[in-house]
Ligand binder design. Structure first.
Ligand code: PMT
Length: 225
């Protein structure tokens, strides 16, 4: 049986990938399946937490029994949903893959094929939701960020990740090595957990539920330290 060590804690987890519309039928998106975020929400419920799952686009996944589900399509929607859910929450986990940019214009009608070359797509930067949550953090609220890093050299990946942890100001950073067949869309995940107190450890390749348990262990250790 899992420990009930999140009993009485209010947890918010974001999951999936945002979709940034170009017109009514097309969007810019990413390969996040939502599996890691849903596993985090499910494990938190099992460990006794009150859970809000803020879900962007995912593959078909079983619902997380016992969690409140809030749907968010775009980064802007995810942003409002996270700020709303963050009020009164003890722990925030940003597992969603948020688009860094959105099309500057969203066409009202389907963009038509024309005889001339298409216009390039102009992009506008999206807000950094994690940075905003850190900025607005309530006293004692624990914030967990993710970092999807490409690269085969773990030294490089960790170097980038340590810098990201500092820059983003969160308490824990879950580092995924991503790339062909890694992290996004897969059943398994592996990586490192970096804590703002300087501790670091590797998470061996295992199911996303296994990774989720490791992340909650690290969160509980951080709270109790
Ligand atoms: O969904 P799965 O298929 O199971 O895959 C899981 C995953 C690989 C998507 C997940 O484990 C993961 O790594 N999620 C974060 C991916 C990501 O967007 O990383 P990033 O390095 O671009 O962003 C760093 C952090 O900032 C993340 O916590 C992200 O949620 C947050 N962010 C990013 C951009 C933005 N505009 N706002 C944000 O809050």
């Amino acid at each position: 049986a899992l420990p009930r060590d999140l009993e009485g804690r209010r947890v918010v987890v974001s999951a999936g990938g945002t979709r940034e519309p170009l017109d009514p039928v097309r969007y810019l998106g990413n390969r996040s399946s939502g599996k890691q975020g849903y596993a985090l929400a499910r494990t938190a419920v099992q460990r006794g937490a009150t859970v809000t799952l803020v879900s962007a686009a995912t593959v078909a996944l079983p619902e997380v029994a016992g969690a409140e589900l809030v749907r968010a399509g775009t980064a802007e929607e995810l942003r409002s949903a996270m700020h709303e859910a963050a009020k009164g929450a003890d722990i925030l986990v940003m597992a969603a893959a948020v688009a860094d940019f959105r099309p500057t214009e969203r066409a009202e009608y389907k963009i038509k094929k024309t005889d001339h070359d298409p216009r390039p797509i102009a992009l506008t930067r999206n807000p950094d939701i994690l940075a905003e949550l850190v900025e607005a953090r309530a006293e004692g609220q624990v914030i967990v960020g993710f970092a999807a890093e490409t690269g085969d050299d773990s030294g490089d990946v960790l170097e980038h990740a340590r810098a990201k942890l500092k820059r983003k100001g969160c308490d824990l950073l879950v580092v995924n090595a991503v790339g062909e067949g890694k992290a996004f869309e897969t059943e398994d995940n592996a990586g490192w957990l970096l804590s703002a107190d300087g501790s670091e450890r590797a998470v061996e390749l295992g199911s996303k539920s296994y990774m989720a348990s490791d992340i909650w262990d690290a969160v509980v250790a951080f709270i109790e330290a």
